[in-house]
Design a protein around this ligand. Structure first.
Ligand code: SF4
Length: 296
């Protein structure tokens, strides 16, 4: 998740602003330089058809143009990942015109991220593809490189996804689950899905009882209005319910719109608004937070 937003950026140079999901002739694997993560993130797109089970009002995936690639070609995806790992680890990537301005300090591989143009866990054989990607990483002796899943948590209850999460745990996995509402009403306004909010909360709680999760929360103005104090308070209550149920949350990332969203009435919060939310979440939950400012 897209992103959900795959790389909440606050960076200002084109190198950081441009995160196209293709590289040369690749269909499934793309490199992103992220100042936030301090290196290169290799994205794996399991939703080339751009279909998602959410329809977030702030989604940045371009669904106006249709995609030529409808299905994941497993062998091609693995070959692209293998090649991309070689390009980054040998430094060859940084000879490419789009990457030659990458600062030396960022010329390191930080992670492989399952995100892309939809919800990655809706991919039917999610466990198998995660396992195969972990094998490729192992073949390159990249044991320290993280595998990040960016997800809306809607499918964690599926056995293949549960198995996939366990495979991630065994391979330096990090799960970044999206949660950006406290009430049903706001959840449906923002995410525009038929999936019940309760399922998302239960899935996050269950997964967080097994391993610590990172929560990704994007807040914004909708038709000029930021989330109400009551909504933000309810959001903190949901976080507290997860931890009270034994869930471990290692970090809450709070950010706002940084790229053109699906709906034109969605605009970023000011830096001061983001700061206020961060302080509220800290004081009401005691959780570790990190902020990312917006701007379009
Ligand atoms: S619509 Fe799907 S891809 Fe877009 S932000 Fe929402 S969950 Fe992510």
């Amino acid at each position: 998740m897209d992103p959900h937003v795959d790389q909440p950026p606050s960076e200002s140079t084109p190198l950081f602003r441009e995160h196209p999901r293709s590289f040369e002739t690749n269909r499934f694997v793309y490199p992103v330089v992220s100042r936030r993560s301090g290196g290169v993130s290799i994205g794996v797109n399991l939703n080339p058809d751009k279909v998602c089970n959410f329809d977030c009002i702030y989604c940045q995936v371009d669904r106006v143009s249709t995609s030529e690639t409808k299905f994941v070609g497993r062998e091609q995806l693995l070959a692209e990942l293998d090649h991309m790992l070689s390009l980054v680890t040998t430094g060859e990537l940084f000879a490419h015109p789009r990457f030659r301005d990458t600062p030396v300090t960022l010329r390191r591989l930080n992670d492989i991220a399952f995100s892309g143009d939809g919800e990655p866990t809706t991919y039917r054989d999610f466990d198998e593809i995660v396992s195969a990607c972990a094998d490729v990483k192992r073949r390159h002796a990249l044991d320290a490189v993280k595998m990040v899943l960016i997800t809306n948590a809607s499918m964690f209850h599926r056995p293949a996804v549960e198995r996939g999460l366990a495979i991630l745990d065994a391979n330096q996995g990090e799960i970044w689950a999206k949660l950006e509402a406290g009430t049903d009403e706001y959840y449906y306004l923002i995410e525009r899905t038929t999936i019940p909010f309760r399922r998302i909360l239960d899935n996050i709680s269950a997964a967080a009882r097994v391993r610590p999760l990172v929560i990704q929360s994007l807040f914004m103005r909708v038709a000029g209005s930021p989330p109400s104090p009551a909504e933000l308070s309810a959001f903190c209550d949901r976080l507290n319910e997860i931890t009270a149920a034994g869930g471990k949350l290692s970090l809450v990332q709070i950010y706002t719109v940084a790229r053109r969203p699906a709906e034109s009435n969605v605009t970023p919060l000011s830096n001061a608004d983001v700061d206020e939310i961060v302080e509220l979440v800290r004081s009401k939950t005691g959780l570790t937070t990190r902020r990312y400012y917006g701007g379009l």
